[in-house]
Design a protein around this ligand. Structure first.
Ligand SMILES: Cc1cc2nc3c(=O)[nH]c(=O)nc-3n(C[C@H](O)[C@H](O)[C@H](O)COP(=O)(O)O)c2cc1C
Length: 418
């Protein structure tokens, strides 16, 4: 019987352990987590979601307060179209986060950045161009294009000197999305270096409708594999979503996948950015407490714990400070939902917005507890302490469990002393 360590992911002459820790914004997949993956020989992701607030937290920059100060007079105004990002600040925060992470890197693995197209930032093309090119300039090993079709993203990097040497990959949830991407980019003479195929059991936003339960990862992977074979395209495939044990991973590696991308297991690692109190909620949760809903203003379904404090909160839209989901015209579905609720209850001190969530604020504050479908199995991966809490794991322990486990077994960590 094989284990994941019997396989390697090949990028040309380079070989890495075929375990990719997926990007988790906002700063859930921290630099520390990505660095561990690289140290252990695999691939880790940082995320480029809301980097100005992330660097404020880690490197004492003042990007968010500066932006909020600049647009202070707009806070009471519903029209957010003037609330633009300063591109130099976007670049500086990206440069800081990426270069500091890359400077700290040890080991044979790689560090990629997860870049979500749905963070439209009130100027989708311009902000995306800066995010992508600055990450390349700051030395990232690779970029995973996520959350959106990214039909124009390769072209935005075309002039970058690293366009052909950095690893560039894309996340898709269907063959159709992949075909569209390949067709749109055919003139650039540059294929993606890897394709992450994300199924409906993943965490974060889903690339499916609310009928997500009718799809299954293995079917989509097989379909894409057959297509690539027929087209004589040799691009590594990396399935993601619900791969919970080393044996789950082996079943994909044995049938032609090049690596697996995993995330949920690492949400309860010490290196993960989720505060420990919230990590205990992930451990404790039951299957009934996990839902896929349409609360995200992006319009994509998102999976989260039903007891996330952000659900039903009625905070004022925070676009002057954040504003990552403002579309090209300065609109966000949360602003509309909020204004509707205010109009219905003009005298209320506190309102509750039920059908949308201010995702920027609640992801930034770890109050939107997005999670993978199998989060309810996390309790089986650790020890329960006498006080009812669970023992946090090290990323190394989880990584090694994926790498060496057989027979669908999950190794528990050494029990820490009370
Ligand atoms: C808490 C959490 C946050 C996530 N955030 C993002 C994200 O910001 N961008 C993204 O492309 N995928 C995101 N994902 C998806 C993961 O990168 C990964 O592809 C997927 O969750 C793998 O499935 P698994 O969690 O069942 O192992 C997130 C997943 C989790 C669990």
């Amino acid at each position: 019987m094989k284990c994941v360590d019997d396989f390697r992911l090949h990028f040309g002459k380079r070989e890495v352990v075929p375990i990719v820790i997926g990007g988790m914004g906002v700063d859930i997949s921290t630099a520390e987590l990505a660095l561990e993956a690289a140290r252990l020989g695999g691939i880790g992701h940082i995320s480029d979601a809301m980097l100005p607030t992330v660097t404020d937290r880690h490197y004492k920059t003042k990007f968010v307060s500066e932006k909020q100060k600049q647009y202070k007079l707009n806070i009471q105004i519903a029209d957010k179209s003037i609330v633009q990002f300063d591109l130099a600040q976007v670049a500086e925060s990206t440069r800081l986060h990426v270069s500091k992470t890359m400077e700290a890197k040890h080991g044979d693995g790689m560090i990629f950045v997860n870049c979500m197209e749905k963070l439209t930032m009130n100027a989708p093309r311009e902000t995306l161009r800066v995010r992508l090119n600055t990450a390349l300039d700051a030395g990232i090993d690779g970029i995973t294009l996520a959350a959106g079709l990214h039909l124009g993203s390769f072209a935005l990097m075309e002039e970058n000197p690293r366009f052909r040497d950095a690893k560039l990959g894309i996340i898709v949830s269907s063959l159709r999305a992949l075909q569209l991407f390949l067709r749109k980019n055919s003139k650039l003479n540059r294929l993606p270096d890897y394709i992450v195929v994300e199924g409906p059991l993943a965490g974060g936003h889903l690339g499916f409708g609310m009928d997500w339960a009718q799809y299954d990862l293995r079917t989509i992977v097989t379909e894409i594999q057959q297509y690539l074979q027929a087209e004589h395209l040799d691009i590594p495939l990396i399935p993601a979503g619900g791969i919970f044990t080393g044996s789950d991973a082996v079943s994909y590696l044995e049938t032609g996948s090049a690596a697996v991308q995993v995330a949920t297991r690492f949400t309860v690692s010490k290196e993960c950015g989720i505060p420990e109190k919230v990590q205990q909620e992930y451990f404790k949760t039951s299957e009934d407490n996990i839902e896929v809903n349409m609360l995200s203003p992006t319009g994509y379904p998102m999976r989260m714990l039903k007891n996330s404090p952000g659900i039903g909160a009625g905070i004022r839209p925070n676009c002057e400070a954040f504003g990552y989901i403002l579309d090209a015209n300065g609109n966000c579905a949360y602003i509309d939902a909020y204004n509707r609720e205010v109009a219905l209850h003009p005298d209320a001190k506190k309102i509750s917005v039920k059908n949308k969530m201010c995702l920027c604020t609640h992801m930034r504050n770890y109050d939107c507890w997005t999670c993978g479908h199998y989060t309810y199995r996390l309790k089986d991966t650790s020890h329960r302490n006498a006080d009812g809490t669970y023992q946090l794991l090290t990323a190394e322990h989880i990584f090694h469990d994926y790498l060496y486990s057989k027979d669908n077994k999950i190794a528990l960590p050494p029990q820490s002393l009370p």
